[in-house]
Design a protein around this ligand. Sequence first.
Ligand code: HAM
Length: 413
Amino acid sequence: MIQAPRGTFDILPESAARRKVVEEQTEKILGAAGYRRIETPTFEATELFSRGVGQATDIVQKEMYTFDDGGGRSQTLRPEITAPICRAYLEHGMHKLAQPVKLWYLSSCFRAEAPQRGRYRQFWQVGAEAIGSDAPETDAELIVLLADLLDALGVKGTRLRLSSLGTPQTRAEYREELTAFLRAHEDELTDTVRSRIDLNPLRAFDSDDRRTQAVMRDAPLLTDRLNDEDAGHFAQVRALLDDAGLVYELDPTLVRGLDYYTRTVWEFTSDELGAQSGVGGGGRYDGLIELLDGPPTPGVGWAAGVERMLLAATDMVPPAELVDLFVATAKPDGRRTAFELARDARRAGLQAQLELAGRSLKGQLKHADRIRARFVAIVENGHVALKDMASGEQRELNAREVIPAIVRGDRSL
Ligand code: HAM
């Protein structure tokens, strides 16, 4: 039997209902702050990610699904959506719109990672990006909006970690300082960390190796090296979050897996999730648009994993599906009337289902009960017996009278 590829999954109707809650809440919460939905293509030119996300990142080095499109062009299934949105911002001249341009998305992403609970090869991200503003209010507002979304969905055990990475120049200087520090302690580091000293020294803070962790306790911290402007920006973001009553932990070692970040970065984790605890995260990316050949343009945003949010929202129960009417037929000669009645009912705005499996009348009533239909219309020779499933009461009606009776929620039945 052919099965879905490893690390992918089918979204069956039961889970589709929970995912719909994510979509509705996102639309409500981000829509209320003026964010509008955007959808970009499933694949993009590989160069967008190698330049945008960064050559040194795990994503670009080993997690991308890259293919030749048949015309000698290298394309990649999007591993994330921030770079595509910046590409779209430039391609559609969105700098001419009122700034910042505020966008949200809910789309699938692809990363060739080792599958485990909460980590898949095709997964969905909901995210928000604000391009064209460097105001600290934008960062704080985005963080609050993500907190609100997690809250509205009932994501449990959340914690927020926050840091600032400063500007590229501060980062470059700090990088040199950190590289020198790591070189001086080379013998105490794991092979992986040592091999990454030049490529990405910050990753050393991520190591789960004890000796490396001991070394890193004395390592210089980027947050101590921020210039006055960046430190000021970060202080304002924190003050706004404090005013909003948001609890966060300052974590100067917070390293996100993408290279485009500048200034504010953050990550929400959930204690419900085990090893893959990152439920959503983001940050500022003031240099990304320029990296993609655009004019200097600040940007900030976040993305959260739909599957991880749902795994951690253990109590979320989607609203029950409603069936107003099930149309049953007692005799074959009622089939055309039944078909018409179901169609008219839907046109009148009701949820109506028709018997499609050739069940006996008894079987049809049982099925109507199983799908929790409020009413069953039993069609027979032009007459209809309308049964209220809650009270069990039944009344003979003309076919024409059935829909008005249901719309009235007829208590006289
Ligand atoms: P990211 O942290 O790489 O950030 O991914 C965001 C979220 O996607 C993660 O917190 C996690 O919930 C989910 N996620 C990532 N990989 C997987 C996976 N293999 N399986 C299931 N869920 C996963 C970004 O992608 C940035 N573009 C976020 C951003 C937006 N920064 C600024 N704007």
